[in-house]
Design a protein around this ligand. Structure first.
Ligand code: SAM
Length: 281
């Protein structure tokens, strides 16, 4: 197929997803989108992009599968274990000691692009452990947001395969999960610590999860989400996340991600090889 034709057909797919489910993929890296669409074409046995577009028009379930595959849903508890170890033993512990009075005893934590909830629940487990040990006495608000509504439903359900717990400590699993057949389900007190809501990072009129004041997060985890977006958009979103952080707050990225050079000085990387940045000003 001609390159120009492929490009036009990809545009048609992006327009279709925008029209049918208000999903704006024009800001995501085109190479990645093409790869995912080609995978779906092969799975569904279509001969070309034009045929696949016709299939999308008559099969809304295929549009669901395509949307899921384009958004790259994957997560696990304590993904990048060193990062979570650092978060529990340094970041949260330091905040417990230094923040109490300044922030009226509150800490706000936001996991954006949380998929099925493993990331914000991992934070909740660390928080709970520190609370149970009497180290953390602050009131903690943890928000998990994503653009993917089905993923958020799974997150609220809170049950996972043993595979997604591979990086978890045995003691934590034993204490805070219920073993239910093939699944491990979080106990209600952990589930109750995370507020999930739908939120599109690309939406121009929304700066953070609803119910929270702009610019008031102490910790933001945005891991393996912006990776798939165009460079300019990524820079703009990083600026927005920066604005959402309090001075002295932390931004945590995925291991394969780095902040652009324009943040030098303002955001300091504190934890080689983890991607944890401290907002200096
Ligand atoms: C690979 S998962 C990352 C999950 C988790 N943060 C982790 O690192 O384990 C990427 C998530 O980003 C979400 N996502 C993609 N674009 C988004 C957007 N514009 N706004 C909010 N979430 C988005 C996807 O739906 C998906 O759940």
């Amino acid at each position: 197929m001609e390159m120009a034709q492929t490009f036009e057909n990809m545009k048609l797919i992006i327009e279709y997803l925008k029209r049918s489910r208000n999903m704006d993929l024009s800001k995501y890296r085109s190479g990645n989108l093409e790869k995912k669409v080609l995978e779906r074409i092969s799975i569904r046995g279509c001969t070309d992009l034009a045929g696949y577009i016709s299939l999308l028009e008559v099969d809304p379930q295929e549009a669901d599968s395509l949307a899921e595959s384009l958004l790259i849903g994957h997560s696990s508890f304590f993904r990048d274990p060193l990062t979570f170890e650092y978060l529990g033993s340094q970041v949260l512990t330091d905040m417990a000691l230094s923040r109490g009075e300044k922030r009226n005893g509150f800490l706000n934590i936001w996991s954006c692009g949380c998929y099925t909830g493993e990331e914000p629940y991992s934070v909740a487990l660390l928080v709970k452990e520190l609370q149970d040990k009497g180290i953390l006495k602050l009131k903690i608000n943890i928000f998990g947001t994503d653009i993917n509504r089905e993923a958020l439903e799974h997150a609220r359900w809170g049950c996972y395969s043993s595979r997604s717990l591979e990086n978890s400590r045995f003691g934590l699993v034993k204490r805070y999960f219920r073993h239910d057949g093939e699944r491990y389900c979080l106990k209600e007190d952990i589930k109750g610590m995370v507020h999930f809501s739908e939120h599109d990072l690309l939406s121009p009129d929304s700066r953070g999860p609803s119910g929270i004041v702009f610019s008031s997060f102490d910790i933001i985890l945005c891991r393996n989400v912006l990776l798939y977006m165009e460079t300019e958009i990524r820079k703009r979103l990083f600026e927005r996340l920066y604005e959402n952080l309090v001075t002295g707050g932390y931004l945590i990225l995925g291991n394969a991600e780095t902040l652009p050079g324009s943040f030098a000085g303002r955001m300091m990387e504190i934890s080689e090889p983890c991607r944890i940045y401290y907002k200096a000003y």
